[in-house]
Design a protein around this ligand. Structure first.
Ligand SMILES: Nc1ncnc2c1ncn2[C@@H]1O[C@H](COP(=O)(O)OP(=O)(O)OP(=O)(O)O)[C@@H](O)[C@H]1O
Ligand SMILES: [Mg+2]
Length: 234
């Protein structure tokens, strides 16, 4: 049975009451769904996923994650966030960064997780992202697209119940993009996880999502942007 993962009611997001960014009357996202958020630059896409993640307080209305209201932390490791600026440890190796994800996903931080088990899990995520030859390479010596793939491997090793990914398909060539999309979709389906991606490229968004959330540029109502949900027919 699919359960509600994100539940939004009369939500207004932004950083100050004087300048609200987007209004969302009602939105429910179920487990197993893949959602893409599109819209022009600066409209509030990142702000929306940061609000869902619990990082930005709503200006008005309700947002709950796994049935818990804003401010209540979800279970350790259940939320995976791939930020637009990736947040990797730049001097550390690919493997080290991915291990940080695996540790975050371990529900008991004090358990002595067998080292080999963690290592195999991490190596598998790295392999899926096509980076097996870069395991010991420090992040700062990788290209932009390779760094993005490390961030994805790190999140997969965490096995989260929801992944919020901000422009995670940027900087990838056609072939790598297809490979990353296939691996991530397979991961989400297999784990019955939920994926919310911010993707400014509409055709890329359509190619991955079950549903698209299109944020308009605020021209209809010049003060605040609205969101439209569209089913994607495959
Ligand atoms: N921490 C912050 N404090 C105040 N305002 C912010 C903050 N972060 C972003 N903003 C503003 O909020 C608006 C929306 O930003 P956001 O990052 O959500 O846009 P976006 O849709 O993700 O854009 P892009 O496609 O360029 O990444 C912008 O006008 C930005 O200047
Ligand atoms: Mg953004």
């Amino acid at each position: 049975m699919n359960s509600t993962v994100v539940d939004i009611n009369e939500l207004t997001i932004g950083y100050s009451k004087k300048n609200p960014l987007v209004e969302i009357p009602r939105l429910e996202i179920s487990s197993g769904e893949i959602i893409a958020i599109t819209g022009p630059s600066g409209v509030g896409k990142t702000t929306l996923i940061r609000t869902i993640s619990g990082l930005v307080r709503p200006l008005k209305g309700k947002v709950s994650l796994f049935g818990k209201p804003f401010g209540v932390r979800p279970k350790r490791g259940s939320l995976g966030y791939i930020p637009q600026r990736l947040g990797l440890v730049r001097h550390a190796s690919v493997l080290h960064n991915v291990k940080l994800g695996a540790r975050a996903g371990n529900s008991n931080p004090y358990s002595i997780f067998p080292n080999k088990e963690i290592r195999d899990l991490c190596l598998d995520s790295i392999r899926r992202m096509g980076l097996s030859e870069k395991i010991y390479e420090p992040i700062r010596r990788l290209s932009g697209g390779q760094q993005r793939r490390v961030a994805i491997a790190r999140t997969m090793a965490q096995s989260p119940k929801i992944i919020l990914a901000d422009e995670f398909l940027s900087e990838l060539d056609e072939k790598t993009l297809e490979m990353v999309k296939t691996e991530v979709v397979e991961f989400v389906r297999k784990e019955s996880s939920t994926l919310i991606v911010v993707e400014h490229d509409v055709s890329r968004a359509k190619s991955i999502a079950d549903r698209m959330l299109v944020i308009d540029d605020g021209r209809v109502n010049p003060f605040i942007s609205q969101i439209t949900a569209l089913e994607v027919k495959k």
